[in-house]
Structure formats: C-alpha cells, structure tokens
Design a binder for this molecule. Structure first.
Ligand SMILES: [Zn+2]
Length: 586
C-alpha cells in the first residue's frame, strides 16, 4: 500500500493526517432513512419499487451536477476511484471529494476554499462557462453579437439552463444543458418512467412522465408543465424534487455591476439569468410533520396584507385569491447534486420553483419541503456549552429545536411574501443576501401573529425569538458567497444597534423579547424598500452598513474553536445504498 500524493498528472493537497483529523474529529454525520424505518416498511409494494427507481434516477443526475460545477470533477473523481484500491491517501481524498461532491469547497469556517488538488480551483462561473473566461472577454463577445443583431444568441448565452462553450465564429456559444449532458439525463429519464408505471399516486405518475420528458427534450415548456403538476403534489407518500437553483453562479451577476453592458442588454430586452445547478431529493412524506406546517399556511394571506409598503407592489398571494403553495415535511432517503455538496452547510428547507422559472411566471404554485433528518442532527451537550459561554443564563431555557423549526417555516413562507422577482433581480449579486435577510425578518416580524391567534403560546413565542437569536452565532466571518450567513451578521448588528439584542462585558447575548417584533418590522421595511428600488447600489450600501464583523463575533468564533468545530459533514443513507446496489456494484 503506497500512499503517494501524486496521482496521474495531479498532486493531492492534503496529507492523510489532515484528512483523518477532519473526518474523525470535525465531522458530523447526517443519517438519512434506513431500511427498517417505519414509513418505508408501511409503503405499498408499488411505491417501494418506485422509490428504488427515483433513487437511481437521482444517482445519475449527480454526474450532471459534477459536470456543471467544475471542469475537472469527473476526471479527478474517476482518478481517485482508480487509485483508491492501493493508495490510502487517494481513498481518503475520495471520501472528502464525496462530502464536497466536488474538487473543492468552503468548509463554513475558513474564508478560503479547501482545494483537494494542487492548482485545481473553483471558478466564479463554475463549469457553466469555459475555463479561464474573463469578464472583459465575455462582455466584448456579448456586445459584438448585439452589434451584429444576434439577439437570440445572446439570450441563449444568458439563459439559466445553458452551458457556454468557446466558438470559432462568435467567440462563445450556448448549449441547453439537456443537450450538453443528454446521456446522463436519459438514464435518469428511464428510471423516472419506470417509477411512473408502478407508483400508486396517479398525479405523481403524471408528473414523473413529464419530468422524464423534460430530461429528454431541451424545452422549458416541458419543464413548465412538469413544475405545474409537481407544485400541486400535497397528499402523496413519496417525495421527489428536481431542484434547479442559481446560487453557485457568481459570474453572470457581474453584468449588473457593469453599467454599459447592463444598459445595453436592457435596451435590447434581454433577460439576464444566472445559471442553474441541478439537484435531486428523494424521500418519504411525514404526515404528522406536514399537518403542523399546513396549520401555519392558513394564515399567510392575512399576513401578506400586513407586509410593509404593501400598497406599492402586488403580491401573488393576495392577487390570485388563493395561496398556491403546497408544503410537506419529509424523511430523507437520498440527496444528489448540489443538495449533497456539503460545503460548510446543508439546507433544512426549501421552497421551489424559484421566481425565474416559467411555471411561476405563468402563475403556477410552489412546493415547500422541510428536511427532518437535517434539522434533527445536532449535538445537545455542545449546544449547552455554547450557551453557557455566550448566552445570558435567564434565556437558556428558551432554546428549543421545535421553535427553530417554527422559525424556519416562517422563513420559507417569507419567500412567498413581498415584491416579486421583477424587482429583486435588479439587485444583481446582492439579491440573494437581501432576499434571505427579508425571509428571516418576515418570519420574526409575524410570529406574534400566531401567538395572538392562539396557534402558539407566549412561552413558544419567546422560544422562537431566543432560538432564532442564538442561530446567529457564526463560526467564522461569513464569506460573501454565503447569503444566509451574511444576512445573519446583518441581523446581529441591526438588532444590537436598536437594543433588541445586547451583550454583557463577558460577551454574553441578551434578547429583549419585548423589542424584537418592533425592530423586525423596521428592518423589514428597509429591506422591502431596497427590493422596490431595484438599485444594486442601495442593496450594497445596506449590506456594507450592517455586515460588519467585530470583536464580539471573534469571541463567538473563539468559543466555537475551543469547543472544537465540526464543520465537515458526511451523508449516511443506508436505505438508498441498498437500493443503489445494482448500479454501484458493477
Ligand atoms: Zn431562504
């Protein structure tokens, strides 16, 4: 067993000791559903078979994600697999690769990414754009195409579903990702079609047939049809989400910082869309958890009317007369693509499709999914130690995971309230930070509405405020590419400035529960007016003002460090592993 750090033409950046330390001491496992799980055992035979096909389909889509994420992901993964048998360092690096689901990633602590191979770095444009493409060149190509009257080509380059490659004639050209990765998509489509034949729920079967078609034919109209049915799936046994989100593309939004290009594209009526990643979630719908979430939903229409400045914009919830929103609490079986790229964080809930999708533009609904196994994985002893050092003792009794879940429900619902995407996209690279900040603050602004109507009690209201406040403890200065974390820092400073949060001389946080609601409504008005302005400069100024790091937060980081950080995650999915056995064993 020779442990060389050179494999093929590449050199592994980490030593065996470093990987052992990260994976043994600094790792938390997230355990997904196992074979003996009751919700699986009680499924009808057809649904059990369908579940196996869905997991296989998701497995194939992971390769599409890897290709979109980095030009070298597949090559280096295969190289690691090849060398794993007789090189322990390669085997350990492969485990790290699988945790990041890629050749590099942030770990949630350091501001620089961990790179598994020397010289192999992530790009702002991931692999959506050609290797080494600079913005200056990108801009020149787009302007030249516009001068030649090639509007369609430019629109295709700026589509959320295209991959851009170099082209001899025009410099760049776009290919729809379905065509670019047709082999992988077809394998997934085969599995979804097989699932459609055996699944017991007829609507779900219809959705699967359309989704399979959407994987075979590069046509957003088919995605739209599939999304419209998917968003209405409420009362089902199984869960499947094909996520397409643009958070990882940091290249396209640079257009909004370039006055000349931005103006020209607007004149030509071209829509600038950041590129979508792909990801799949497979699970089992949990009935009890879903009922709780639905009890919150009933009130969203009334809350929409309480939104600040609500006479200045229209909200889909109020206009359509009904809230087109389904919600499920899910026991997770398998994650693929960006969902399993554990780069410092993992999402606890999600509401799709996003505003840029045809189905939403045409008035279709959304489906909101909560991830039980993710929210339940936390270390109680460690949480207690953190509070002993960082939270006023009188508040310890209010830390509560169920309260955190209620806050997250409010956050997800918050994305459906306020100005729509036609406003938000004007904020360019700052839109996600402002939107996540808004969703948090919608949740906190209106949680007392549920107390006033007897859905939660006074005690639970306090628990939500305090638990939400403690959620803000950052394990490092947030990286600008992490909108949720930047939003957390902004909230810490905003609520501290206005006296809802205070800190004693030992750096312990106190939350004045009587002030939280008022301050939240002030911040919400600030955020909504920034979205209404469509002004990226205003968004930047607000972020610059409140995303201020300081001594107080360094103290939090110090406490976390002393307690040992657990910033690496590994997904353990026993049921999926068995269902995938046929594919992975040959
Ligand atoms: Zn969010």
């Amino acid at each position: 067993m020779a442990s060389s750090n050179v494999i093929g033409d590449y050199k592994i950046n980490l030593t065996e000791e470093e990987i052992d330390r990260k994976f043994n001491k600094e790792r938390t496992d997230i355990h997904l559903v196992s074979e003996d799980f009751e919700g699986y055992q009680t499924l009808a035979d057809g649904d059990k078979k369908a579940l196996a096909h869905l997991v296989k389909g998701a497995y194939h889509i992971n390769d599409v994600f890897l290709r979109l994420d980095h030009h070298k992901n597949i090559e280096l993964r295969d190289l690691l697999i090849q060398h794993s048998k007789d090189n322990p360092l390669a085997a350990k690096t492969l485990r790290f690769f699988n945790s990041f689901n890629g050749v590099e990633g942030l770990d949630g602590i350091r501001t620089e990414p961990i790179e598994l191979f020397e010289g192999v770095k992530g790009a702002d444009g991931r692999a959506f754009y050609p290797e080494g493409l600079e913005f200056v060149e990108f801009k020149q190509v787009l302007l030249k195409l516009l001068d030649k009257g090639e509007k369609d080509k430019v629109q295709k380059i700026l589509s959320n579903r295209s991959v851009v490659i170099r082209d001899e004639v025009d410099g760049l050209k776009a290919i729809d990702y379905i065509d670019a990765y047709s082999e992988e998509f077809a394998k997934a489509a085969d599995e979804f079609e097989k699932a459609a034949k055996v699944i017991t729920n007829k609507d779900f079967a219809k959705y699967l047939e359309l989704q399979a078609e959407a994987f075979r034919v590069a046509d957003p109209e088919i995605d739209c049809k599939a999304d419209l049915i998917w968003a209405e799936l409420q009362d089902t046994e199984l869960e499947l989400t094909v996520g397409r989100e643009d958070y990882n593309d940091r290249f396209t939004p640079k257009i909004f910082e370039d006055e000349e290009l931005k103006t020209r594209l607007a004149e030509e009526m071209i829509t600038v869309q950041s590129k979508d990643d792909i990801e799949i979630r497979v699970g089992l719908v949990n009935k009890r958890g879903t009922d709780l979430i639905l009890s919150f939903k009933e009130h969203m229409k009334d809350i929409a009317k309480l939104m600040p400045l609500q006479d200045k914009y229209s909200q889909a919830i109020i206009d359509s007369g009904e809230l087109k929103q389904t919600m499920v609490d899910v026991d997770l079986v398998y994650l693929s693509g960006d969902y399993r790229a554990l780069r410092g964080s993992i999402t606890t809930a999600q509401n799709l499709p996003n505003d840029d999708k045809l189905a939403v533009i045409r008035g279709g609904g959304r489906r909101n999914c909560y991830h039980r196994q993710v929210r339940m994985s936390y270390d109680k002893g460690r949480q207690q130690k953190i509070m002993e050092q960082l939270v006023d003792e009188s508040l310890h009794k209010y830390f509560d995971k169920e309260a955190e879940h209620l806050f997250v429900i409010g956050h997800e619902n918050g994305h459906s309230l306020g100005p729509d995407d036609s406003y938000k996209s004007g904020l360019g690279v700052y839109r996600h930070t402002i939107e996540e900040n808004k969703a948090n603050i919608v949740s906190i602004s209106f949680i007392d509405y549920y107390r006033d109507r007897g859905i939660i009690d006074d005690e639970m209201l306090k628990k939500v405020y305090v638990t939400w406040a403690i959620r803000h403890f950052l394990q490092s200065k947030p990286h600008e590419t992490k909108p949720h974390r930047v939003a957390d820092l902004m909230e810490l400073n905003y609520f501290t400035e206005r006296g809802a949060f205070s800190w004693d001389e030992q750096g312990k946080l106190f939350v004045d529960c009587d002030k939280v609601s008022k301050v939240a409504r002030e911040m919400l008005e600030d955020l909504v007016s920034i979205q209404l302005s469509k002004d990226a400069e205003k968004a930047k100024a607000f972020i610059d003002k409140y995303a201020i790091w300081g001594e107080r937060y360094e103290n939090i980081v110090r406490v976390y460090k002393e307690l040992g950080v657990k910033n690496y995650k590994e997904l353990v999915h026993p049921l999926a592993t068995r269902l995938l056995h046929e594919i992975t064993s040959n």
